[in-house]
Design a protein. Structure first.
Length: 229
């Protein structure tokens, strides 16, 4: 006997929620909340926002990292926030944007990956994972209209192509692949410029990272967290 009722029979946990239990999806109540007036509380000033995250292809996969700071308006709300998470054994996800929706989306994506593996008995292809995340970003669009924007970076090791790959997204769920690196968040522009200059100054790296990083993040080859200096 199934644990839950419903007519959906696919392998996607996210699509199952959309089909049979849409009220359980994160931030569905924001569909019915009116826009705040100019004199009222602004969510962007009351909600912690995660800032800069980046991903970089290397010889054995992908390196992903992020700073540890979150902001509320013009104030620092945290200096120890986690922004890089393991999605499964071969992929990572990093988030920039409103911290609450970011964490909700990450948890839902992790369950999606685990649920698919248990139902199908195999890992979803990297392109399929990237497409699933795009659906979740698109589903968050009503919350984005209220200022609760979520902009992820997804990266991992493609078992079919035998290489690391990086995907970026826009607020509508558009998915785009980057060949060498990408960074987003408040410091994303500066991070991209710095990475571009370093890679251009080291043509012998062949587009891979040939320099040291300082920070913490995850490895798309093994899914573990590492420290660099």
């Amino acid at each position: 006997m199934p644990l839950f009722s419903g007519s959906y029979e696919g392998a996607s946990f996210f699509e199952w929620l959309q089909h049979d239990f849409p009220h359980l999806l994160p931030f569905q109540h924001l569909h019915h909340v009116p826009q705040l007036g100019a004199s009222e509380l602004r969510l962007t000033e009351a909600v912690p926002f995660a800032t800069t995250v980046l991903a970089l292809r290397c010889a054995d996969g992908v390196v992903m990292a992020g700073d540890r700071q979150a902001t509320e308006g013009f104030e620092i709300s945290s200096r120890r926030i986690e922004k890089v998470y393991k999605a499964d054994d071969y992929s990572l996800i990093a988030m920039a944007g409103a911290a609450g929706p970011c964490l909700e989306m990450i948890k839902l994506f992790q369950v999606e990956m685990e649920h698919y593996h248990k139902i199908e008995g195999e890992t979803l292809a990297l392109d399929g994972k990237a497409n699933k995340l795009a659906q979740m970003v698109k589903q968050n669009l009503p919350a984005a209209f209220h200022g609760l924007v979520v902009i992820p970076i997804f990266a991992g090791y493609d078992l079919r192509q035998q290489q690391g790959r990086i995907f970026k997204y826009d607020v509508t769920g558009g998915r785009y692949e980057e060949l060498q690196f990408y960074a987003t968040g408040s410091g994303g522009k500066e991070a991209r410029s710095t990475l571009k200059k370093i890679l251009q100054s080291r043509p012998d790296t062949g587009g891979s990272a040939g320099f040291s990083l300082r920070g913490a993040g995850g490895c798309g080859g093994c899914g573990r967290r590492h420290e660099w200096s």
